[in-house]
Ligand binder design. Sequence first.
Ligand code: ADP
Ligand code: MG
Length: 492
Amino acid sequence: MSVSGASPAVGLFCAPRSPPRLPRFRMAVRSSAISVAPILTDLKHQCATPLPVLRHVADAMAADMRAGLAVDGGSDLKMILSYVDSLPTGNEKGLFYALDLGGTNFRVLRVQLGGKQERVIATEFDQVSIPQELMFGNSEDLFDFIASGLAKFAQTEGGKFHLPAGRKREIGFTFSFPVRQTSIDSGILIKWTKGFAVSGTAGRDVVACLNEAMERQGLDMRVSALVNDTVGTLAGARYWDDNVMVAVILGTGTNACYVERTDTIAKLQGHVSSSGRTIINTEWGAFSNGLPLTVFDRDMDVASINPGEQIFEKTISGMYLGEIVRRVLLKIAEAGAFGDSIPEKLSTPFVLRTPYLSAMQQDYSDDLKAVGSILYDIAGVESNLSARKIVVEVCDTIVKRGGRLAGAGIVGILQKMEEDSQGLIFGKRTVVAMDGGLYEHYPQYRRYLQDAVTELLGFEISKNVIIEHSKDGSGIGAALLAAANSKYEHDF
Ligand code: ADP
Ligand code: MG
């Protein structure tokens, strides 16, 4: 422990201590070498994820999954039924659309499926970023925006795609917010997450919201499957590989789903699956048990639009990593790390986005030039080499914790599955399909995640567990699920 008097380990739900108010610019009273070091030491200490911490998180994840399967509301994890009981086989045929609303972007896709031999004959997609004001607006405006984007995309359908006469175009709708699914093609929004605060959608069927907006646009298409993005990713990856059992998203937010045996789901009443299996959407972003958290996490949570909620998501996902680092940097700026003044930009929440952390960690130059430019351009911070090194260390500390905890969560899911089907997970090749911008673009994060999985499982078992990037599999996956749940006759 340091003797600096800097914050001790503070859990997320401890009573906040009010920090002394600081003027915007102030003289550094101590040299940075003296005052910054203990802040860093404390941070690393509080963010540490040694094996016992990882093991606790994995065990708690497995226990929370069980509690959530026993009874609705039984745990932080909602363990939502997906109503997806049959996974893609490769035999799917025809033209299908997919629409993905999940965070920063909304995507549309169409695919012509040709069955086992021809597989994906043609595919096209488009992507539109969601205007900030729609994230805080009303439900109608948001769904009108989506339906009009879909209408524009549908107009560009060319000769590579074929729909039999008399059929409507069918859509797999990927909606990656917590939904209480009531059938494969309907579901009630429980609440918005990831910074969305749209009024008028919570408590409503999101498929009905989309259908109404499509009607307003004069667009004659129908939603055949409502799919969480994790479920879409699992379906998309499974189309190519029968060993895929789990899918995890690490993007703006985070979530995971997996293939569950229906006989282990106590809360499953009346719902029968002919395959004896179904996909469970864990909504693991809400997990909170035993996480190593700091005062920076707690302050960010208190200031968030959903305080006390989505704690795992706030610790490991892309929306938040940059903001945690910014809060640490503000604290070390106050200790004089960047000279006498505290740049105003650094006080702006969410200016330091996670892609900048990744860019800084890929700077291998001697003078950390890229780190210096990012700090200056984004946060208004002037830095010398030693300050830049400290910043990279802060990024690494927060990203290491995030990646390792994500890895522990994955092991928790696998552990739960293995307990119910001895040998069927760890005793054979099992694939975890990964997707999301954070996983895709942050090599250090990916490495830390894999390290934690290997540490937890041991060398031998971890050889059977393949963690594989399944890029944009969720779009095709949603289209495949639309095919499997088509209202028209099919022979696949
Ligand atoms: P979404 O989760 O919004 O559906 P993505 O899966 O594309 O979309 O993830 C986008 C998120 O991924 C961003 O919000 C950001 O946090 C993270 N991200 C994107 N690019 C990078 C990058 N270069 N380095 C680190 N993180 C990134
Ligand atoms: Mg997404």
